[in-house]
Design a protein around this ligand. Structure first.
Ligand code: TK8
Length: 365
């Protein structure tokens, strides 16, 4: 056999070997040639995802909150994780962190701005340090019920505020529920406005909260949530205010003796994402995370509301004295803090404030 013939035979043999390997992996990759059963499609998706994972194309969402892993807020994060990982076939993975593992509300929002964290779900009060207009949602007695809050927040007015976050490199995707804030303390029962007199109360880091509690006669101390339990335990402050779910699930009954259903503010949570990360997603992935944030929020609101009565009873079972606050007492508190609300309304802009109050009125019709 001539040398030329031998070379041609070797080349043909090499082409045959290469074609045979490629064909096999092609079939494996697409599942072509098999019956396109559910498993194969799934297998294909999983293989795609695992290939992306292997190739490092998997995007990771680090989602952190301040409350602990027993709180409905964390259950909402887990629901978001479940939906996103299923809908993207694993090309986006969600890591969930709780109890301030990634920092307090303000530092986690700063991390979103820097792109070193992808998701957090703070209360509206600390958001006001980034977008002042969010102060409106902490106006005492603004929302008369959670149903009215849902309608206003999930409508045009709520969306207008979410859109304001973009200028701070954050993308607001949904409102979740913190809930109606109630007062707890270790000094005495609080049934009326005058009972606030002299109480040292931890407030969220929000100027309106500070001014409103001072107007009621209390001594406000702004503090990150991550420092609160220790401050209560050491008596640095007499009391604090949060929904009963938080008071119970964070174990405040171990360091507090009295709880009053003041219901002085309805606190929304805002599910927000780093703009840098959001912009890195495909349109399909953006739709998936948007819809997952809303669906997980609906689930979280249900979980949050389902056990409210139970939490209040549990606090009493743990030895706390529960003081029921009358509507008349709430009206007196509202009158006392009205000058503070008026001052902030003029600072934020009367038109926007009126738009919110009109939406609240309309939601009650
Ligand atoms: C948890 C806080 C908490 C809030 C507060 O990160 O700070 O008291 O009510 O829920 O966002």
């Amino acid at each position: 056999m001539s040398k030329k013939m031998l070379m041609m035979l070797m080349a043909a043999l090499l082409i045959f070997i290469l074609a045979g390997c490629g064909g096999g992996s092609q079939e494996e990759e697409t599942g072509a040639g098999d019956s396109a059963s559910e498993e194969n499609q799934d297998a294909g998706t999983e293989e795609d995802a695992s290939e992306e994972a292997a190739s490092g194309d998997v995007k990771t969402i680090r989602a952190g909150i301040g409350l602990n892993n027993e709180h409905p807020q964390y259950k909402g994060l887990e629901k978001f994780k479940e939906i996103v990982e299923e809908e993207t076939g694993g090309s986006i993975e969600v890591e969930t962190y709780h109890s301030g593992q990634l920092g307090d509300d303000r530092s986690m929002m700063e991390a979103l701005q820097l792109g070193s964290q992808e998701v957090t779900v703070p209360s509206t009060a600390p958001i006001a340090n980034f977008v002042n207009e969010f102060t409106i949602f902490d106006f005492p007695f603004l929302f008369p019920s959670s149903e009215v809050a849902d309608e206003v927040l999930d409508g045009e007015v709520g969306q207008k505020f979410l859109d304001m976050l973009e200028e701070q490199n954050m993308v607001g995707l949904a409102y979740w529920e913190n809930g109606f804030r109630d007062l707890s303390n270790s000094s005495h029962e609080v049934a009326t406005a005058e009972d606030f007199d002299g109480l040292s109360i931890r407030t969220m880091e929000n100027d309106l909260h500070i001014d409103a509690f001072r107007e009621l006669g209390a001594n406000p101390t702004p503090m990150a949530f991550t420092e609160l339990f220790t401050a209560l335990q050491q008596g640095t402050v007499d009391g604090q205010e949060n929904p009963v779910a938080t008071i119970y699930l964070e174990g405040f009954h171990e360091v507090q003796d009295y709880v009053s259903d003041t219901h002085h503010v309805y606190s929304p949570f805002v599910f927000m994402m780093s703009k840098q990360f959001y912009d890195s997603l495909s349109e399909e992935e953006q739709t998936i995370v948007e819809e997952a944030a809303v669906e997980a929020g609906e689930f979280q609101r249900e979980e949050n509301r389902a056990a409210n009565e139970e939490y209040l009873q549990s606090l009493q079972d743990e030895g706390m004295t529960y003081t029921e606050v009358s509507d008349e007492a709430r009206e007196e508190m509202a009158e006392i803090v009205q000058p503070v609300i008026d001052e902030y309304a003029s600072e934020i802009g009367e038109d926007l404030v009126n738009e919110v109050y009109e939406a609240v009125e309309a939601a009650q019709e």
